[in-house]
Design a protein. Structure first.
Length: 274
C-alpha cells in the first residue's frame, strides 16, 4: 500500500459522516467506484511546484477528474489554484505526474495536451490580443495561410455561432480594446470554446462580472457537456455548478468532497482560510 495513503490528512467529510452512521450507504465509497468506472480525464499524482524565487506554490497534490465531471477548486489567495491550472495545461512544469486523457503532460506531448485542454485566464486582457472580436475568436482555428481566403466565410460563420451561443454575437466587429470586463470574459471564453477542447479550465470565471452576467455564466456552465475544472472564490457558483469541490490551502489539498460536504462545513472552510 502507498504510504501516503496511510498517512494522508486529506479530509473527506462524507466518509466521516458515513462512519458516524454505519447503517447508511457510504457516499465516499460510491463516488470512488463511480469514478473508477468512468474514464479519467485528468490525473494528478504527487504534484509540487516551486517558483524560481523559492516560493512553494503546491505540495504533493493528488486528485483525479472523470470525463464530463465538473470540479471547483476553492481556497484563499495564494493557495496555488491558478498555478495548478497552468500545470494542467503545460504552461508550467512541476514535480510529480499529470496526465490529460491518459497523456503525460511533458514537452513531447505539449501540443496534444493543449489541443485537449482550453484555459481561460482570470484576466481576459492576458488572453485577448487581436484587433477585433472576430479576429480574436477565429485565431484559435489556426487555418493555413493558403486556405484562409477560401475558408474565411466558414470561419466567420463558426465565430458567429459561438458568439451567439454565449449571447455575444453583437460584439463580432467590436475592438477587443473597447469591451467591458464582462464582454471580454465572453470573448475570451469563445476563443477557447471554438477549438472544441475536451477539458475546459477556467480561472475565476465570475471575476469582474455583473450579477446578470454571473447568472448567465452559471446557467451556461451547468449545461456544458464537457469536463470542467474551475478555480473560484465564488462559493455559490461552486455549489450550483460543481459536482465535486477541492479545497486548497497553502499549496496543499486539505479536503475534497461533494458541494454540501465541503461548503456547509464552516469549521473546515475557516480552517482552510475561507
Amino acid at each position: 500500500m502507498d504510504n501516503r495513503e496511510e498517512t494522508t490528512e486529506i479530509i473527506r467529510p462524507e466518509a466521516v459522516a458515513a462512519s458516524r452512521f454505519p447503517e447508511s450507504p457510504n457516499p465516499a465509497e460510491a463516488r470512488t467506484v463511480t469514478t473508477a468506472m468512468a474514464a479519467i480525464a485528468v490525473e494528478v499524482r504527487g504534484l509540487s511546484y516551486t517558483f524560481p524565487d523559492g516560493t512553494v506554490a503546491l505540495q504533493d497534490v493528488s486528485f483525479s477528474v472523470a470525463e464530463k465531471e465538473k470540479v471547483a477548486i476553492i481556497g484563499p489567495n495564494g493557495a496555488g489554484k491558478s498555478t495548478l491550472l497552468l500545470l494542467l495545461n503545460g504552461l508550467l512544469r512541476g514535480q510529480g505526474l499529470v496526465k490529460i486523457s491518459g497523456l503525460e503532460v511533458c514537452r513531447r506531448n505539449v501540443k496534444a495536451i493543449r489541443s485537449k485542454t482550453g484555459l481561460v485566464f482570470q484576466n481576459p486582457d492576458d488572453q485577448l490580443f487581436m484587433p477585433t472580436v472576430l479576429d480574436d475568436v477565429a485565431f484559435g482555428l489556426c487555418l493555413p495561410s493558403e486556405d484562409r481566403d477560401g475558408q474565411r466565410r466558414q470561419v466567420v460563420e463558426k465565430v458567429k455561432s459561438k458568439l451567439k451561443e454565449l449571447r455575444a454575437e453583437h460584439l463580432i466587429n467590436r475592438s477587443t480594446m473597447r469591451l467591458s470586463p464582462g464582454e471580454k470574459k465572453k470573448v475570451a471564453l469563445a476563443g477557447v470554446l471554438i477549438t472544441e477542447p475536451e477539458i475546459l479550465l477556467l480561472d475565476e470565471p465570475t471575476s469582474g462580472l455583473d450579477p446578470a452576467s454571473r447568472r448567465w455564466l452559471e446557467d451556461y456552465l451547468k449545461g456544458l457537456e464537457r469536463t470542467l475544472i474551475m478555480t473560484t472564490h465564488d462559493l455559490e457558483l461552486a455549489r450550483k455548478v460543481a459536482q465535486r469541490i477541492v479545497l486548497l490551502s497553502r499549496g496543499q489539498l486539505v479536503a475534497e468532497g461533494g458541494p454540501e460536504d465541503i461548503l456547509d462545513d464552516q469549521e473546515l472552510l475557516e480552517g482552510g482560510g475561507l
